[in-house]
Design a protein around this ligand. Structure first.
Ligand SMILES: Cc1cc2nc3c(=O)[nH]c(=O)nc-3n(C[C@H](O)[C@H](O)[C@H](O)COP(=O)(O)O)c2cc1C
Length: 326
């Protein structure tokens, strides 16, 4: 894998994305630098010295050596760039302010502060997998028949299961602005969602303009919270789905693509300490006119800091949700 280029960030004139490319489309990596991280890198490269830059997640870092610059992450392969090449590109990039890159559908992104925590093996409870698979005490059996037990496992703040379990919709947002790097991550999360045939049959509109947000409130049955700090409209783009299936199937795929991407963004927002409300009730034609697009909108995701943090809503029992067909 070779360092390839520097690109503008998704949404802001600050920061950048560093792209590495390998043999094929799947073999690529991207590191997103925020304003301060980029400035520190420019500073070091300008002075032609060596140095270390800690990244925002506090476990990743960039080590600028005279020959090679190393990007070190937890649980991810180390990336390297030829310092001379990086210096040439970064200093060129830093000369002018760059317009944010329009949210486009590209290959999967890696950004350093999202980790999958490794399972700590439990010391006392050694599970015999062979025995477990043959006995009735499977995970599904436990879900369906066991009584709730309070887990003694401490879940990290960023643990994905904790994020799922604590997410709660918000219809009242605080006035605080959402940091642009968080918006970038929410968009990058959408970009990691699976799509039919990997054709990414969707498009995301990021609404910054308050007049447009106001118009979307009207289009969404006057739901006032659509005027949120961050408003994303997820649209279906079946024309991107290059599969030989009937039109209705391609429509269905693009609806699923857009919905999944919105769900990934919603979870990412929760993981970043934000809250959101999913809007499905809107006049499609009105939204299309407001956005000036032919693409059908599937959902609007409104994101911001919650005015008040609330506990998650309860659901029906898992055993009522699941029907086992034996
Ligand atoms: C498909 C869908 C459509 C929704 N449409 C709206 C909507 O138009 N307006 C609204 O206020 N909430 C809407 N919601 C939010 C739900 O009311 C909310 O997610 C639900 O009450 C569960 O609450 P929770 O997200 O806190 O678990 C929608 C959610 C989904 C999944």
């Amino acid at each position: 894998m070779k360092f390839s280029r520097v690109e503008p960030a998704y949404t802001s004139k600050h920061g950048c994305r560093l792209v590495w490319e390998g043999k094929d489309e799947d073999d690529s990596d991207t590191v997103i630098l925020n304003k301060e991280e980029l400035e520190s890198l420019v500073e070091i490269l300008k002075k032609d010295v060596t140095g270390t830059i800690p990244l925002e997640d506090q476990t990743s870092s960039i080590l600028v050596n005279s020959d090679v610059t190393q990007f070190t992450f937890q649980d991810h392969r180390q990336l390297e760039a030829d310092t001379f090449e990086l210096q040439k590109q970064i200093l060129e990039f830093a000369k002018v302010p760059h317009d944010p890159q329009y949210v486009h559908i590209s290959s999967k992104e890696f950004y350093p502060s999202v980790w999958i925590r490794k399972e700590e093996p439990k010391k006392e409870a050694k599970v015999d997998l062979k025995k477990q698979s043959s006995s009735k005490e499977s995970l599904l059996h436990a879900i369906l028949f066991s009584k709730p037990v309070k887990s003694d496992q401490e879940l990290d703040e960023s643990d994905i299961f904790r994020i799922f379990a604590t997410r709660r919709s918000t219809r009242k947002f605080s006035k605080s602005q959402v940091e642009e790097w968080k918006v970038d991550k929410i968009l990058a999360a959408a970009d990691t969602a699976p799509t039919a045939g990997n054709f990414q049959g969707l498009k995301i509109f990021l609404i910054k303009n308050s007049k447009t947000k106001g118009a979307l409130v009207e289009a969404a049955n006057k739901q006032p919270y659509v005027n949120a700090p961050v408003v994303l409209v997820f649209c279906m783009d079946p024309s991107r789905v290059n599969l030989k299936f009937p039109k209705e199937i391609l429509e269905k795929f693009s609806l699923q693509d857009a919905t999944l991407a919105a769900a990934y963004s919603q979870i990412a927002a929760s993981g970043l300490g934000l809250s959101s409300i999913w809007i499905g009730m809107f006049d499609e034609k009105m939204v299309q006119t407001i956005l000036g697009t032919e693409l059908r909108p599937s959902s609007i995701l409104c994101i911001g800091y919650p005015d008040k943090k609330k506990p998650p809503k309860s659901r029906r029992k898992l055993k009522e949700l699941i029907e086992v067909i034996e």
